[in-house]
Every structure is written in structure tokens, then in C-alpha cells.
Design a protein around this ligand. Structure first.
Ligand code: ACO
Length: 322
């Protein structure tokens, strides 16, 4: 049996940073309201000529460099996004073309904010099945393009960005105890209307805007994340104190605090980027991961628990040893 070992990670954030104060000039909101309800202070917004594939490519190049791997060694690209450049082809194929690795499979995974967790699970299963050895997994989004900038209940929450990891197949014994230990995915489509985009090629023919019942999303997020985190720990016969780092989806500091509290996890063990990134959907977990690896908090051998919940609803967790 093969194991998926993390060999590198990378990230990219658009240059333009927009503060709460700047937003308050165009929409009826305030820094105090946004910080108190969400913990968000700033978010990055892509330039007009920057597309999701541009962000994804930059994160991919960074991840490959950190893995010390040439793109030519890859044999699979999985890209999580809910904001693709175009309806088709998959944004992953644009990244593939720019990396110059024609021929290998490349496709997108769409699970909104849980997208990176879903993409990691897909990549891990390819590796375990012996169908891939070196896999690039990317989460990339330009949510600024699907926000209704006149709707203060949503536009203050999101940002743009991309993060990526490289996974390498290693025989179980050779990997030591590093690598992905387990992945856990869930969805419940009955909650479609609580968080969705009111457009699409098959419905309105327009891209549409994000719509959300904030309180309902909050309630389900807290319950579903606590449950999937418990599921991951139980599957590995671990207690919460075995986790060195919680790397949660960065939707809202209050949701993260709830999950950490349920795990009785001290705040020092929680990787938080929501203040500076906002909610970058599928990019948020790899962006947070990259930050904690780059600044030396996450070290080889550390046990990390990644979790996310998003539109659908979809939710999931990945437990791994870095
Ligand atoms: N600035 C100022 N006031 C605002 C703003 C704003 N940006 N947005 C809403 N308000 C007002 C409302 O109009 C309302 O005013 P009213 O009482 O006069 O009617 C008041 O603030 C309270 O609004 P609520 O919607 O009740 O505020 P709530 O405490 O629920 O907070 C929030 C809203 C932050 C969206 C919260 O529900 C939340 O965090 N939900 C989770 C949403 C989320 O994280 N979604 C991301 C996608 S899913 C995921 O990634 C997990």
C-alpha cells in the first residue's frame, strides 16, 4: 500500500489588499462590525487581468520549488475551485499548459470551501490505487468576481488567493509515519439554498452572485466540523491532544474558535489567517498551511488536522503527519 507524503507547499496572494475601512467607503459597514463578527481585517483582491489560473499557477510554481521537484515529474494535477476561469475547460488544464506538462491528467474538483479537502482526498486515493506518484493539488479562487459588492452581508467576508501542495507516493514502511492518515468527506444537498450562487450556465446563463443565509451556515458549520473532526480522530484512534496543529478553513474566527473549543485545543495550536486573507474558499486551507510551514511552526513529523465546510453543504477533514 502506498502513502501520500507532503513534499512541499506554496501560495500566492494578489498584490491588492483591501482593508475593512476601505470597504466601508463603498458599502454600509464598519471595521468594528466586521472584526467583531468574523475576525477579518483585510482581504486580497485579484487585479482585473488576473484569473484563477494565474493565481493557481503562481502557487503551483512555489509549491514545486519548495518540494524541489520539476513539473515534468508530476503525473496528476487536481485543482479545487468554485470560480474557474471559464465554465470549461477545467482551470487545471490551463495550469498544466503553463507548467508545460501536456499529457498527464488534470481536472477540477468543485466542493466550494471544502474543495481543497475533497481534492486532497481524490489525490490520496489516486496514490493509494497506484495510479499516480507525484500529484500537484491546488486550491485557487477569485471569489471577488462572484460577490455582489452592494450586499454588505456577504461582500465583506471573502478574498482571492491560491495555495498548493505536492504529494509523493511512498511505500508505507519507507514513509515512516509521515503522510496522509485518513480523509473524511461528506455532503448534504438538501441545504443548497443556504449558500449558493444565483447564476450558472444551465440556469440563468450568467455567472451570478453568491447568496447566503449567514446564521444557518454558521449553525451547520459548527455542528458539521465538530462531527467530522471527531470522526477523523476516532478513525485513527487518537485523542485531540495528539494534534500538533489545527489548520481549519478560514471562514470566520468565531467558527474556528468553536471547533477549537470543542477539541479543547489551545489557540496557540490553531493556524489563523482569516484576519489577513478573509475567506478564500478552496484556497484557505493551503494558504494557512503554507504560512505555518513557511514560518517554521509546522515541522516535519507534526500531526496536522485540516477541516472545511462549504456550499452544498459539503464538509470534510484530512488528518496527516507533515
Ligand atoms: N456591516 C454592518 N452590519 C451588517 C453587515 C455588515 N457587513 N452585515 C449584516 N449586518 C447587519 C444586518 O443587516 C443585521 O442588522 P439588523 O439587525 O438591523 O437587521 C445585523 O447586522 C445582524 O445581522 P446577522 O445576519 O444577524 O449577523 P450575524 O451575527 O449572523 O453575523 C455573519 C453575520 C458574520 C455572516 C454570520 O452569520 C456568519 O459568520 N455566518 C457564517 C457565514 C460564513 O462563514 N460563510 C462563509 C461561507 S461557508 C463557510 O465557509 C463555512
Amino acid at each position: 500500500m502506498m502513502k501520500s507524503v507532503f513534499t512541499g507547499c506554496g501560495a500566492y496572494l494578489p498584490q491588492r489588499k483591501v482593508s475593512n475601512e476601505e470597504l466601508a467607503k463603498t458599502v454600509d459597514t464598519s471595521d468594528e462590525w466586521i472584526v467583531a463578527r468574523t475576525g477579518i481585517c483585510n482581504r486580497h483582491i485579484a487585479a482585473d487581468d488576473e484569473m484563477t489560473s494565474d493565481l493557481a499557477y503562481a502557487a503551483a510554481v512555489d509549491a514545486l520549488a519548495s518540494a524541489g521537484m520539476a513539473a515534468s515529474e508530476l503525473d496528476l494535477i487536481v485543482l479545487a475551485t468554485a470560480t474557474p476561469d471559464q465554465t470549461f475547460p477545467a482551470t487545471a488544464t490551463r495550469v498544466q499548459a503553463r507548467l508545460g506538462v501536456a499529457g498527464i491528467p488534470a481536472f477540477d474538483v468543485q466542493a466550494v470551501c471544502s474543495g481543497f479537502i475533497y481534492a486532497l482526498a481524490v489525490a490520496d486515493n489516486f496514490i493509494k490505487a497506484g495510479q499516480a506518484r507525484n500529484v500537484l493539488v491546488i486550491g485557487a479562487e477569485t471569489f471577488s468576481r462572484i460577490l455582489d459588492w452592494e450586499d454588505r452581508t456577504t461582500c465583506v467576508l471573502f478574498g482571492d488567493g491560491a495555495g498548493a501542495v505536492v504529494l509523493r507516493a511512498e511505500a508505507n514502511g519507507d514513509a515512516g509515519d509521515r503522510g496522509i492518515m485518513s480523509t473524511h468527506l461528506h455532503a448534504d444537498g438538501r441545504h443548497h439554498d443556504k449558500l449558493y450562487v444565483d447564476g450558472g450556465p444551465s440556469s440563468t446563463g450568467t455567472a451570478g452572485f453568491l447568496r447566503m443565509q449567514g446564521k444557518e451556515v454558521f449553525r451547520h458549520a459548527v455542528a458539521n466540523l465538530a462531527s467530522v473532526v471527531r470522526e477523523a480522530l476516532t478513525a485513527n484512534n487518537l485523542q485531540a491532544d495528539a494534534i500538533d496543529w489545527l489548520v481549519p478553513h478560514q471562514a470566520n474566527k468565531r467558527i474556528i474558535d468553536h471547533t477549537a473549543k470543542k477539541l479543547k485545543m489551545p489557540t496557540e495550536k490553531v493556524v489563523l489567517t482569516v484576519a489577513e486573507h478573509g475567506n478564500t474558499s478552496a484556497a484557505s486551507v493551503p494558504l494557512a498551511l503554507n504560512e505555518a510551514v513557511s514560518d517554521g511552526r509546522i515541522k516535519q513529523g507534526d500531526v496536522i488536522l485540516m477541516e472545511a465546510m462549504g456550499g452544498g453543504f459539503t464538509w470534510g477533514a484530512v488528518l496527516a503527519r507533515w
